[in-house]
Design a protein around this ligand. Structure first.
Ligand code: 13P
Ligand code: SF4
Length: 396
């Protein structure tokens, strides 16, 4: 069979943010009224004044990977799971201003009431991992599983880092959502309901959880490549596999290597290596600790003064942790800079623009998930929120 994959045409508006509009993509967006200049010395005062003017009408959520200048105005910070819970628990706020990435804001829209408005200050804040699983590819993959006779015993488990459409597919097909803080519980739940899991879109989180938390063999896992006919797998391989991992990954966490771990251990004797589960399996195997952004924060808060830590996750968070814990030696695991470029799209000018627009009763960059997609996506999200040990609202 011929390979049907063709490279997509690059968008001419890829980086022309705030100055154009691309109706086919979330990249490129007009900012009516104009973005304040990044050099404007009054940005901090403007953000504070707009936030005060909005009061309880607006609830600002900030993911741990956001810039300091944005985190300074967040009412709550968290990992993707905690932020989803916090958005759902805030019915009194008219506006949810989501400082994170697009899929997180979509989840907030799904979990909040119809009369609440979710705003993403920069529509270009997408996620390259979420883009690696398109709805038509996932539908086609399911047909492949049906043809191989395994769809009936397969439960989809979808990482939060996915579009609302993929979450809806998951809900419709009896599956659940997971985040990096509850992937183990989600997989255990799935294996109580089926024999196999289709895990998407992050192959690394799926593999790391299956092997390290559920005790599976690497041989139980196969990788489904949506760009290859039949996923690049035979019906026999699909029949034998327990974990069918979508071929997706995070380009930020993909940068950490085994060599980075070896180098830091050589340079800093006794260093603790702590990585996010989106890192490759070989890297996670060499690490001492693995967990979500919230886990990383809590682990460092509980660490003994004088201890050394090399952290494998996004740089805004690692830098902030190093500043917050001057009594511990906190380093970045890689030698090169490693920001999430899309998380970084949300900066103070975009936040000021979004908040001031709301003050002027002008809603900008609203995230709206269509009702049918939202209905099924909510089914999958609610399954996650109902998992034992997962639904409790964190106290902070
Ligand atoms: P957390 O759920 O750990 O916050 O991770 C989200 C994310 O995008 C990591 O790349
Ligand atoms: Fe997506 Fe990776 Fe950025 Fe997280 S760090 S938002 S997975 S690109």
């Amino acid at each position: 069979m011929p390979n049907t994959f063709t490279e997509p045409e690059p968008s001419p508006l890829l980086l022309l943010l705030g100055v154009g509009e691309d109706p086919l993509s979330e990249r490129g967006v007009d900012c009516p009224g104009g973005l304040p200049a990044p050099s404007d010395p009054d940005l901090v005062e403007r953000a504070a004044a707009a936030k005060e003017a909005l009061g309880d009408r607006a609830f600002i959520l900030g993911h741990h990977y956001q810039r300091d200048e944005v985190i300074a105005f967040a009412d709550v910070t968290g990992d993707s799971f905690k932020l989803a819970q916090k958005a759902a628990a805030r019915p009194e706020s008219e506006f949810i201003v989501f400082c994170g990435v697009h899929f997180m804001a979509e989840s907030a829209d799904i979990l909040t009431s119809d009369d609440q408005i979710v705003v993403l200050p920069d529509m270009a804040a997408g996620c390259s991992m979420a883009d690696m699983a398109a709805a038509d590819q996932v539908e086609a993959a399911w047909r492949t599983l049906e043809a191989a006779g395994v769809a009936d015993v397969t439960i989809p488990v979808t990482y939060m880092n996915s579009t609302a459409a993929i979450k809806a597919f998951t809900g419709e097909h009896g599956g659940t959502i997971c985040t990096s803080s509850n992937a183990e519980q989600s997989l255990r739940w799935a294996f109580e309901h089926g024999e196999k899991v289709l895990f998407l879109p992050d192959q690394h989180l799926g593999r790391n959880t299956a092997v390290l938390d559920l005790g599976m063999d690497l041989a139980d896992c196969v990788v489904f490549d949506p760009h290859k006919p039949g996923g690049g797998l035979t019906a026999q391989e699909l029949a034998q596999a327990r974990m069918i991992l979508w071929r997706g990954h995070c380009s930020v966490h993909g940068r950490f290597t085994e060599q980075s771990v070896d180098e830091i251990r050589e340079k800093v004797p006794g260093v603790n290596v702590l990585v996010h589960p989106e890192c490759r399996h070989e890297v996670v195997l060499k690490a001492d600790y693995v967990g979500s952004t919230e886990y990383i924060i809590k682990t460092l808060a509980a660490a003994e003064p004088g201890t050394s830590w090399a952290i494998g996750t996004e740089l805004n968070l690692v830098r902030r942790l190093a500043e917050q814990h001057p009594d511990k030696r906190i380093m970045f695991l890689d030698r090169t800079i490693c920001y999430c470029s899309t998380m970084n799209r949300i900066d103070l000018p975009h936040l000021v623009w979004a908040l001031e627009s709301l003050v002027e009763d002008r809603v900008v960059n609203q995230i709206v998930v269509d009702p049918e997609t939202a209905r099924w996506a909510r089914v999958a999200l609610d399954r996650m929120l109902a998992l034992p040990g997962v639904g409790a609202t964190p106290s902070d």
